[in-house]
Design a binder for this molecule. Structure first.
Ligand SMILES: NC(=O)c1ccc[n+]([C@@H]2O[C@H](COP(=O)([O-])OP(=O)(O)OC[C@H]3O[C@@H](n4cnc5c(N)ncnc54)[C@H](OP(=O)(O)O)[C@@H]3O)[C@@H](O)[C@H]2O)c1
Length: 203
């Protein structure tokens, strides 16, 4: 029943967006968070139910790819037990201060694309002395160093800017390479901080 309602709601809002923007399908559609506000049903059940609704949207061709976001290994393991389809993508916070390497390895093993959000740590990394030093050495901006680092680690990255010039700058990261010294220095910056939310307490 919950799935039927959710599906109806999703289809209703998706078709409104499609109609308004002239889309005929969605490239990807993600479940945003592993927890729920429902207190009488477990998060695991809600995730499984929501996921089955997403699977239907995928099978009907409304969404070209479906995925999850902020899912950790235990969430993905449960989803595997509870459903028939592995997510195409898992979108998770990823930048030099936050490097969930075990999760990345798990996603790669399971064929899930790991997509890293907040690659600039919401701007916090742009004044970091290590990042600035590497930027000067490579004659690039601090933002380009962070974005390039994600790419060289095989992570799909989604920087955001509201400014045209910066969007252009953030795209110019395919004509240089960080050397091993730079990659190692950035790789050592993990301190576990989140600039958004931390899903580790969500069962
Ligand atoms: N799934 C999730 O739970 C989740 C959570 C958070 C974010 N996200 C997604 O991740 C994407 C990025 O996240 P985000 O915007 O929070 O973090 P971000 O990309 O790490 O940082 C964005 C910040 O950096 C600034 N910036 C961008 N490019 C810059 C440049 N070249 N030089 C200087 N400053 C620059 C932006 O300011 P200006 O706009 O002024 O340039 C903004 O303040 C978004 O698409 C967001 O929707 C997903």
């Amino acid at each position: 029943m919950a799935r039927k309602l959710w599906l109806q709601f999703s289809k209703g809002s998706l078709s409104q967006i499609m109609f308004k923007n002239g889309f005929d399908k969605f490239r990807s559609y993600l479940m945003h968070w592993p927890g729920s506000f429902e207190s009488n049903v477990s998060n695991r059940e809600i995730r499984a139910e929501t996921w089955r609704a997403l699977e239907e949207l995928y099978k009907e061709g409304i969404c070209k790819a479906i995925g999850v976001s902020n899912f950790l290994v235990h969430h993905l393991e449960q989803l595997k037990e509870d459903s028939g389809m592995v997510p195409h993508v898992n979108q998770v916070e990823y930048h030099p201060y936050q490097q969930p390497n075990t999760l990345i390895e798990y996603c790669h093993q399971e064929g899930i694309v790991f997509e890293g959000y907040c690659p600039l740590a919401k701007g916090q990394l742009l004044t970091d002395p290590t990042v600035r030093h590497i930027a000067e050495k490579n004659k690039r901006t601090a933002a380009q160093i962070c974005i390039r680092w994600s790419i060289q680690n095989g992570v799909v990255t989604i920087p955001k800017s509201t400014k045209t010039e910066r969007i252009r700058e953030n795209c110019q990261v395919f004509d240089f390479q960080l050397d091993k010294t730079d990659m190692d220095a950035l790789g050592k910056m993990h301190d576990g901080r989140h600039v958004t939310w931390d899903p580790s307490n969500i069962l």
